[in-house]
Design a protein around this ligand. Structure first.
Ligand SMILES: Cc1ncc(COP(=O)(O)O)c(C=O)c1O
Length: 375
């Protein structure tokens, strides 16, 4: 049985990846100085329609640098969704700023944008929007609020390569926007991330933060604390080859989502990832589902049962206000975000990698039907 275990993710690396990687080895360009970095950055910026792209070591680092580049620190508040990955909140906390949470929309699983305005105070500096699992956040209301209150937008598009909101690329909406290239993403560099922006000064700051804030004239004299977030030429080589195939990958993921939806749509007890809204069609970074309340077990048990049937799964995010490490810091005391809490307990995702075959999708869907049918 375990021989044909269906992994939750497997990337596709059968384009120019090998050729470009070999070029790195043959030319000796393996550090962050190599030519693929600029090529990857330029092509990525063009794809998202931004002036600048800054390649970094991962999506978390991209967020950390973005928060720091905006000068967010003690006394500032940043509004973000409760239902997200810890990467979104780490630098907000470390900088001494205060994270302010909003709950999720129960259908899209994205931040409920109608809750943002009530959370704004004179200390609010930025809104961090996080596009979740393949459907974008409803950006128009967020852009409108940011404009009216003079707030910055940090757009976490880690899961959104190739996605658009009302026809405009995700990653083009933030004052600063970020991506991840972890292998479960639509395109991967093994580990990697990208910051994009149209602002020359922010771009320059991010480039400096990426490189320990070395100074051009006095290299080892520092005016600011940075990080070493440099991507290697080998990672950029992979990224360039992957980017060439992004359109194809989006088509592939949409076909995966459509097949799962078709196979599971009549199952009464689960809520499936929403196929579309009036502003976007899902690109299914992952195919998620949420167990209805009449299913007599939670996501953890469902994942255990699916694993026993050879199906790989992953849980949904665990909300920020329920993180022990943050509660111990005295954050979010007695705050409740019921939609996020329910998603965390009832939601998980099925095998969703690019290498998935129709037969594997059918087997995964059959297994879900078997474990859910509790008649
Ligand atoms: C929404 C979101 N933000 C940030 C990240 C962090 O990216 P990385 O794993 O490259 O650090 C992820 C990773 O999966 C993510 O899904």
């Amino acid at each position: 049985m375990m021989n044909d275990f269906i992994p939750v993710n497997e990337p596709l690396l059968d384009g120019n990846e090998k050729k470009y990687l070999l070029e790195c080895i043959e030319t000796g360009w393996i550090s962050s100085e190599g030519p693929f970095i600029k090529q990857f950055e330029n092509k990525f910026a063009a794809r998202v329609g931004r002036k600048h792209a800054i390649a970094v070591t991962n999506g978390t680092a991209a967020l950390d640098a973005s928060v720091d580049a905006l000068g967010i620190g003690v006394g500032d508040e940043v509004i973000l969704p409760a239902f997200t990955i810890i990467s979104c909140i780490t630098q907000i906390i470390r900088s001494g700023a205060t994270p302010v949470l909003v709950d999720s929309d129960p259908l899209t699983w994205n931040m409920d944008v109608t809750q943002i305005e009530a959370k704004i105070t004179p200390r609010t500096k930025a809104i961090m929007v996080v596009h979740i699992y393949g459907l974008p956040v409803d950006m128009e209301p967020v852009l409108d609020i940011a404009k009216r209150y003079g707030l910055k937008i940090i757009e976490d598009a880690a899961e959104m390569h190739g996605q658009t909101y009302r026809g405009k690329p995700c990653g083009s909406f933030g004052d600063i926007s970020t991506f991840s290239f972890y292998p479960n993403k639509h395109i991967t560099t093994g580990e990697g991330g990208m910051i994009v922006t149209d602002d020359d000064e922010l771009a320059e700051t991010c480039r400096s933060l990426r490189n320990l804030c070395f100074q051009p004239q006095k290299r080892f004299v520092h005016e600011r604390l940075g990080w070493n977030l440099r991507m290697t030429n080998m990672q950029a080589a992979l990224g360039l080859a992957q980017l060439e195939r992004l359109n194809e990958f989006v088509v592939c993921k949409r076909a995966m989502g459509a097949l799962y939806t078709e196979l599971l749509k009549d199952l009464p007890d689960v809520q499936l990832a929403l196929a579309k809204t009036d502003y976007a069609e899902n690109i299914y970074w992952v195919f998620g589902l949420v167990l209805n309340d009449d299913v007599p077990f939670d996501a953890e048990e469902a994942m255990r049962r699916l694993s026993a049937k050879g199906i790989g799964t992953r849980p949904f995010f665990w909300p920020m206000h329920e993180q022990p490490v943050l509660q111990r810091k005295g954050l979010f005391d007695a705050e409740r975000y019921p939609v996020a809490e329910r998603l965390a307990r009832r939601g998980f995702y099925l095998p969703s990698g690019l290498a998935l075959t129709d037969e594997q999708i059918e087997r995964s869907a059959d297994a879900v039907k078997e474990i859910i049918n509790h008649d």
